[in-house]
Write a protein that binds this ligand. Sequence first.
Ligand code: CTP
Length: 398
Amino acid sequence: MLASKKILIGITGSIAAYKTILLVRLLMKAGAEVKVVITPAAKAFVSPLVLSTLSKHNVYADLVESDQWANHVELGRWADLFIIAPLSCNTLAKMANGYCDNMLLAVYLSATCAVVVAPAMDEDMWHHASTQKNLATLLSYGITSIPVGNGELASGLFGEGRMAEPEEILQFCEETFFRGKSLTGKKVLVTAGPTYEAIDPVRFIGNYSSGKMGFAIAEALYMAGADVQLITGPSHEQLRYKGIKILPVISAAEMYEAVAPLMEQVDIAVYCAAVADFTPSIKQIEKIKKNTDHLLLELVPTIDILAMAGAKKKSNQYILGFALETENEKENALAKLKRKNIDAIVLNSLRTEGAGFGYDTNEITIFSAKGIEKTFPLQLKKSVATQIVSFIIDELHA
Ligand code: CTP
């Protein structure tokens, strides 16, 4: 998303400026081209040398440099996005009132791209009526503000006013300014993670699914513009984007209850969860004691959620399922595609080192009902997710 995007970073005089060094690094790692402009006050907090070394561009600080006029108009027109982080109380006041007494303000006033600010100040300053009035003025100019955090402040006090963390700023900007439009207006459902089938109050039958693949798919669909509802079994994964709706469930039965009302409503559904096929017929209310020399558990089948969705599939719906196979992989995957009446199936093989449960990487083959077969080499699950979403988009347009 950020690859080859032109990002201009503005830094003002605030102790939070040290965190912006990491933001520059994160943006560069994400493939963005980064230039930095700082106010005179910011120089006391961060070194232009560090910033120019990381961004691989000179840092802009003065309107006049070596008797030459620095071209602020060009810089404001170069950027796809201008991120001012941290935004001090002083620069906020100047921006709200049209002041132009330094390079950063001149660039801001002449910028034609979107501008986003990450304020940073002590809590009392943050809550002061003049600060809030100035912020409201900036918002009325169409500028976006990243919410401040709550925690320890430079004064030693605790409260509101901390600049958002670099990772949060990055995610906020990706989500707000760089979402694609291929799936705009599409309602999408994704299931992810394992399910836990209770035996008694302290034990369950589960599987090794981490939820990584399903979460990555939900994020990729969201970044392609879709309205995404993720329904996930127990997982330690965290979503990068706040705009994705998430509903946690525990068991196969709970997952079915959560999915059923959406099944026929969504335009696209990706059933990635490793749902238990069997569940104990009786869930003991009290903990099972070890006072017998053997224990027999009776298991009964769960509802096959994907098969149910396939049976109810509407002609304008696109459904993609997963197949986890350890033998006769292609044959079994194709049989599942047909049996479950879906549009495509992603074959996950447990045979490849680094692919499948728990790993950050995966190797897959997608088979579609239209007869297309595409294999993707071992790569990060995030990239696999992007490839799956591109495959879906291609199929929708075919
Ligand atoms: N699935 C589901 N509900 C279930 C079982 C599976 O929705 N109760 C979905 C999975 O999310 C996946 C697909 O069905 O998209 C295939 O899951 P998999 O475990 O590979 O196959 P099963 O259908 O369970 O068949 P088998 O265990 O015989 O391979």
